[in-house]
Design a protein around this ligand. Sequence first.
Ligand SMILES: [Zn+2]
Length: 294
Amino acid sequence: MKGDMTAMKQSQIIIDYSVQPAINKLHGSVQVERNQMYEGYLILINGENPIRKATDESMLVPLSSVPHLRVLQEGMLLENTCLQQLVNLLQHCQGLQDIVMVSGFRSMEEQQHIYETSLRENGAEYTASYVALPNQSEHQTGLAIDVGLRRNEIDFIAPSFPSSGVCQAFKKLAADYGFIQRYKEGKEFITNIACEPWHFRYVGYPHAAIMEQHGFCLEEYINFLRKFTYSGEQLCIERDGLKTEIYFVPAEEGLMTTIPLVKCDFYQLSGNNKDGFIITAFHRKGSLHRECFS
Ligand SMILES: [Zn+2]
């Protein structure tokens, strides 16, 4: 059925733990705790905004549960939706044979170990460019994956992921499945990380596509979203009969923040790991009472 979420292409479906049905499709509000600001698909992790809340490991799924997925090592884990969408992306770009999963979820201890080993083996300059400090790595969220082109020797820190062939096909389709190349060339002065063609971060639909369209890195996108508010203008996207409104709600001073909700069929809430919350409100075709402005 057209307009039915389940009938849509997998790449555009958002089924995950943070999607909530709206309350009777009316304007309403929800109360969230301050520490919810530190979780969700849009959390910004960098030197200024370290991880403040340990990942809920019950949301992690072993990569070994997916048949035909090539992994560099056993025991790799990723957040559930991130893994599902990664597999959909690999299938679509026909990369299951030739793209290897190099590194997924890392505990704080693992990140510490990787950092110290790289410091010893590669020196300070190289490590500062490519390895995040413990609690500053997106890998600790389960929402980041390093991928490499299959070959005999794969570098764990900096796997080869060229802009050609199947890797290029993966890159081109990544945003459709909610992934961004997190550290791009030309954004080093913002991210403080060298260009990493192999590191992909899951942010979900439609955020990855918007970032790609505007050429934003995550730092820029989180900042861009500040101008969209509940009482002002929302960022409005329409695709395949699904209308989406996005806006930012700053965290209140106290323990709780009241999040006002626009009329919608369902919504997703994510913290930005900085100072507030991002609401992504979805409207199935025919159910939207307002028109998109932008
Ligand atoms: Zn990485």
